[in-house]
Design a binder for this molecule. Structure first.
Ligand code: UDX
Length: 437
């Protein structure tokens, strides 16, 4: 099929490459000319495992092209909207300016029979509004809402082999036609038995926000348990293993630590609360405020634990932060809890050095006041405390003996509860986990 992908960020660039991998003819467009030039040369503009190799493969095949000219989407049968919907400055609501601009541009190139497919995360009601605009200009075209559930770090795998598809379509023949077109796009995954749910627009939009709210709630639940474990002298890791053994609860997403961050979970729960308020259903989501509060409290707690770890005062203490990205296998630092903690420690007088295998250039752009050291050994030198805040494999596998030889004081705070506490303690370290005695 002939496909266009509008917006080539974390979502769109991966989607475009994966659609070409599936055998479709794809054009990816973006207003950012530098990003388009990089992609066209086969360079991934961000770190995502497998993306660079995939780009190289599909660009050579000739099935994938990138362009900064919006009218190059002409000729495609299916247009995917993959632009960002960040949090509005100073508000909880989502900022839909990029989406509205992309949609307006798209209207100039739509042809009869085209299907426009929204993948961006949007406040419920957005698809119905855009569908009306589409009907006015192009009564022969159809809008579908097909939320994306990919995780950064697993984006290629999640796009090629998703665990479900959701198609939000209008009722009647138009909706059936759009669903059939999407079935054609996703034929390979459907043949593997991937579930697909056909819904109205509002349900499709809500599936995405509800899923992210549930995940955020699960993380904040276990982090609240970590607070109680800290107070009671219990171990939240064992607690998570034991409650997670109940199939109804499940062990996934029950890792206590410094909390969730990134470009999705934090802003999505806020936008959801804002939208529920507009709909008069704000009471239904007041619990998400608590979920957000618990999450923000994690960051404050880590700053306090670090202060205690280094003897009661942060002033002049050399702190090394292992990890800047909001999660491993990503260079994304949007709302990264690790960086937010690093910046707070620095503000309180510590001398903070941050290291990360991939995210330092993005981190430097956001927090120029911090010191960034790409070399792990150099970053460890003469540290008064190490803070493991993003669980990259190289930090999980750090040797307590080797690290102990270069630091000034053997203090470590394991913000993700991924190290073997007994091993670190027996190597002479003062080990502090989160919600662990
Ligand atoms: C999330 C959703 O998982 C995905 O389905 C959606 O499409 C986009 O938002 P992502 O932002 O890539 O994906 O990251 P995710 O793996 O969900 O992790 C989010 C945050 O939660 C990270 O900061 C991570 O470190 C944290 N987390 C995750 C925990 O603190 N504990 C856990 O047990 C799991």
């Amino acid at each position: 099929m002939r496909i266009s992908v509008i917006g080539c960020g974390y979502l769109g660039a991966v989607h475009a490459a994966c659609m070409a991998k599936l055998g479709h003819e794809v054009v990816g467009v973006d207003v950012d000319e530098r990003r388009i030039a990089e992609l066209q040369e086969g360079r991934a503009p961000f770190f995502e495992p497998g993306l660079a190799e995939l780009l190289e493969e599909v660009l050579v095949s000739g099935r994938l092209k990138f362009s900064s000219n919006p009218s190059d989407i002409k000729g495609a049968q299916v247009h995917f909207l993959c632009v960002g919907t960040p949090q509005r400055k100073g508000e909880y609501a989502a900022d839909l300016r990029h989406l509205d601009a992309a949609f307006s541009g798209l209207l100039d190139s739509v042809e009869p029979g085209n299907v426009i497919v929204g993948k961006s995360t949007v406040p419920v009601g957005t698809a119905a509004r855009l569908a009306e605009r589409l009907q006015e200009r192009h009564p022969d075209a159809v809008l579908a809402w097909n939320p994306e559930f990919l995780r950064e770090g697993f984006a290629v795998k999640d796009t090629l082999h998703p665990d479900r598809f959701v198609y939000g379509v209008p009722s009647g023949d138009a909706g059936a036609g759009a669903a059939a077109m999407l079935d054609g796009v996703y034929a390979a995954a459907l043949a593997e038995g991937t579930q697909r749910f056909i819904t109205d627009y509002a349900t499709a939009e809500l599936v995405k926000t509800a899923a992210n709210s549930f995940l955020a709630t699960k993380i904040s639940f276990i982090n609240a348990m970590a607070e109680v474990c800290d107070a009671a002298g219990a171990d939240v890791t064992l607690l998570a293993d034991a409650i997670g053994a109940d199939e109804r609860i499940g062990r996934k997403f029950l890792n206590a630590g410094i909390g969730f961050g990134g470009g999705c979970l934090p802003k999505d729960i806020r936008a959801f609360m804002a939208r529920a308020g507009e709909l008069g259903a704000d009471q239904a989501l007041t619990f998400l405020r608590e979920v957000d509060d618990i999450n923000v409290r994690r960051r404050i707690r880590v700053v306090e634990l670090t202060r205690t770890l280094v003897g009661g005062s942060l002033l002049g203490k050399r702190i090394t932060v292992l990890g800047a990205a909001f999660k491993p296998d990503s260079d994304d630092v949007r709302d990264s809890p690790a960086l937010s903690i690093a910046a707070q420690l620095q503000l309180q007088g510590a001398d903070v050095t941050v290291t990360d295998p991939q995210a330092l250039s993005n981190a430097r752009g956001r927090f120029p006041e911090l010191t960034f050291e790409p070399d792990l050994d150099a970053a460890l030198e003469k540290a008064d405390a190490l803070l493991l805040l993003t669980e990259w494999d190289e930090y999980r596998e750090l040797s307590p003996t080797a690290a102990g030889a270069v630091v000034r004081h053997r203090n470590i705070l394991d913000g993700r509860n991924v190290l073997d506490a007994a091993q670190w303690r027996s190597a002479g370290w003062n080990y502090q986990g989160i919600g662990r005695p």
